[in-house]
Design a protein around this ligand. Structure first.
Ligand code: ADP
Ligand code: MG
Length: 664
């Protein structure tokens, strides 16, 4: 039975079971889905005129002589005849074991590397030619990821037994026929023990196809709006212009363009599901605010969910500053006081606009008539969290915002039914942030520049990485840095610390003092990474740069350069690792978020696509969104077909499993 534990298999005692559990293999089904990391092809005979000393080959040879290196050596050597040549076969260690395995005159297959220098094959695997197992010795051998206590052979033996079970089909018949896929058992067999390159290819195709199909189906089910079909109805209301006129600046052309796109989508008959992209500092927030106001003018409540408390407070305050007199607005986070009262006012519909954190998806929060949902920095939320919020309305229009440009392939998958609006220019007068690499040698110059900047009335951030979530180490380097500043030429300025260990109220106060310019320097952990907006700050110092990924560095740098003042970003690093240098070089050379996202992808490798997990996508074992683009598209067509023709029934189990995994 596939659901049985692997200890049911012959030869799998408690020790091996434990080792395999460590690799995530618990049931027999896990084992058949434990795919090889590669293969060894034993079909290549040794050719003296053309071989690679790093590769393995096989020979068929007769034992001529058994050599003994004497009592002090534990090695074991044979002299064999192969193709009329005499060569040596050398085994290391464990002489006792080998002595009894060979007899003079018998023929064996040996498989290993060959050294021309010593005229010998080195520690090969072998089988006697007339042995029953000789056939298994050839062909393509799977190589599995291993751990202590489990050998490749153990896995092979287990998988072979596991494949003797009945393996039920997991895809609908129609899907298999339409796409000419191998059936599941055949595919699994060929993934582990390929019979031919063609069969192997077909097997791999089938398995990747299934992974992608689940992905598409899961996404489609999640994105499918609830039973209510009719969209929330909005109308373009002229009064909105009044609020645009209230802004202390003119919207950029780019902002105007996306605002129009969003408004006309809101006012159309279909539900809006739109992604608003724009580099850090491009001014997404204000566009979102205006669209929220349009919703309220239409009589609907609007909500904005953001990933951190600091950001929620900031958005709330800037909304209040701009439009606070005109609307009832609430801030809702886990540390909000008078929550009960706020809940009631939201439920009665008195509060029209709510800005908050994850606290918004609490079960007991109900809206009167939620018509519009915005999520800022959407990559910080799981798909399911977003859905939970959306379900608090009947069929609200949805706007998600992101500064992390999503690679095309990925957006195709994740946002297939999402329209995209892009703000592609920064507000006028913004200067390129001057970015430099700093080590001990030019540290002093950096301090001088900061000194001058603050003297001119500007402000500065020092950011320290969180070290593997260990608050302790984090505190130590942060406090150390703070102390050093207090002793540097910057000591005459107001310096404050901000970190994750502080209470939310404290954080808000520290942030508040920094925004009001009561502090000059903020020494902080990455709490400030997303969204924080203090336009007067012009210097960003990033300590231990190598601890940050590129996307994160770009986000951090984006905290400055938010005004017409020239801004600076200093990357401190003592690391000489190649990847660290590469990152710094990229940062120094470009301010363009899209270029940086591409580079990030290259440096991380597609295995870790801008944190696929971050986007809420469960791991795939074989499918790679970048390498297997064609299969991805085919699977998408199939998923659409299945959904339209209501064949989901057959797949519901598959999708359920996927759905559970999807809710990070
Ligand atoms: P992001 O797109 O990174 O979320 P914000 O919305 O926080 O950026 O905007 C960055 C800063 O630019 C804010 O201080 C905002 O008030 C300001 N801003 C937005 N639009 C304009 C504009 N058209 N002209 C001048 N400043 C603007
Ligand atoms: Mg923002």
């Amino acid at each position: 039975m596939l659901k049985d534990r692997i200890s049911k298999l012959k030869g799998y005692g408690p020790k091996k079971e434990k080792s395999l559990n460590r690799l995530g293999v618990v049931t027999i089904e896990d084992l058949i889905e434990y795919y090889p990391r590669g293969y060894e092809n034993r079909d290549n005979p040794l050719d003296m005129d053309n071989f690679d000393s790093d590769k393995k080959y096989y020979i068929q040879a007769r034992v001529e002589k058994i050599l003994d290196n004497g009592p002090y050596s534990n090695n074991f050597k044979l002299r064999v005849k192969w193709n009329n040549r005499i060569i040596n076969v050398m085994f290391f260690n464990n002489k006792k074991y080998y002595v009894n395995k060979f007899s003079i005159g018998d023929e064996y297959f040996f498989y290993g590397k060959f050294s021309r220098e010593y005229n010998q094959m080195i520690h090969p695997e072998f089988v006697k030619c007339d042995d029953k197992k000789a056939a298994d010795f050839f062909g393509i051998l799977p190589l599995y990821p291993l751990t202590e206590g489990i050998s490749n052979n153990d896995v092979i033996k287990g998988v072979k037994q596991a494949l003797d079970n009945i393996v039920p089909e997991s895809l609908p018949k129609g899907t298999i026929e339409r796409n000419r896929l191998l059936d599941r058992k055949e595919a699994l067999k060929n993934i582990h023990f390929p019979k031919s390159p063609q069969q192997f290819k077909a097997a791999k195709y089938r398995i990747i196809f299934e992974e992608f199909l689940r992905l598409h189906m899961g996404l489609m089910l999640i994105n499918k709006s609830s039973d209510v079909k009719e969209a929330t109805e909005f109308q373009y209301i002229q009064e909105i212009d009044k609020y645009i006129d209230m802004l202390p600046f003119q919207l950029t052309d780019s902002q105007m363009k996306v605002k129009e796109e969003i408004f006309s989508d809101m006012c159309s008959l279909k539900s809006m599901n739109r992604l608003l992209q724009g580099d850090v500092g491009s001014g997404k927030t204000i566009v979102a605010f205006l669209s929220m106001i349009l919703s309220v003018l239409n009589g609907y409540q609007a909500v904005m969910m953001v990933p951190t408390e600091v950001l929620a407070v900031q958005h709330y305050e800037s909304f209040m500053e701009l439009f606070g007199k005109s609307f009832e607005v609430a801030l809702l986070t886990s540390s909000s006081k008078k929550k009960k009262q706020i809940y009631e006012e939201i439920k009665r519909g008195e509060i029209k606009i709510v800005i908050g954190t994850h606290a918004l998806i609490q079960d007991d929060l109900e809206f009167h008539n939620l018509g519009y949902v915005v999520t800022d920095e959407q990559h910080r939320f799981g798909v399911k969290q977003r859905k939970n919020l959306v379900e608090k309305g009947r069929a609200p229009d949805i706007l998600i915002m992101s500064a992390t440009p999503i690679p095309r392939t990925l957006s195709l998958v994740l946002y297939s039914d999402v329209d995209i609006s892009t703000i592609d220019t920064l507000p006028k007068g913004r200067k390129k942030i001057v970015t430099s690499y700093v080590n001990n040698k030019n540290l002093e110059n950096m301090y001088k520049l900061i000194y001058d900047q603050i003297r001119f009335g500007r402000q500065c951030y020092f950011v320290y990485p969180l070290i593997e979530d260990s608050e302790l180490v984090d505190m130590k380097s942060l406090e150390q840095g703070y102390k050093e500043l207090k002793e540097s030429i910057l000591k005459e300025f107001n310096i404050e610390m901000l970190h994750g260990k502080m209470k939310n109220d404290e954080k808000t106060e520290v942030m508040g003092r920094f925004s009001r310019k009561e502090t000059d320097i903020l020494v902080s952990t990455t709490v400030i990474e997303v969204g924080v907006n203090v336009p007067n700050a012009t210097v960003m110092v990033i300590e231990n740069t190598d601890r940050f990924g590129l996307a994160q560095l770009h986000q951090l740098r984006g905290r400055v350069g938010r005004s017409e003042f020239q801004s600076y970003c200093f990357l401190l690093s003592e690391s000489s690792s190649k990847i660290s240098k590469e990152r710094i070089k990229t940062m120094v050379n470009t301010n363009d978020g899209f270029v940086i996202a591409q580079k990030d992808l290259e440096l991380r490798g597609p295995g870790d696509i801008v944190g696929l997990r971050q986007h809420g996508v469960p791991d795939m074992k074989m499918g790679d969104l970048f390498k297997h683009r064609e299969i991805l598209l085919k699977a998408k067509e199939e998923a659409e077909y299945v959904m339209e023709n209501n064949e989901v029934g057959d797949l519901s189990g598959v999708v359920d499993k996927f759905y559970q995994e999807f809710s990070i």
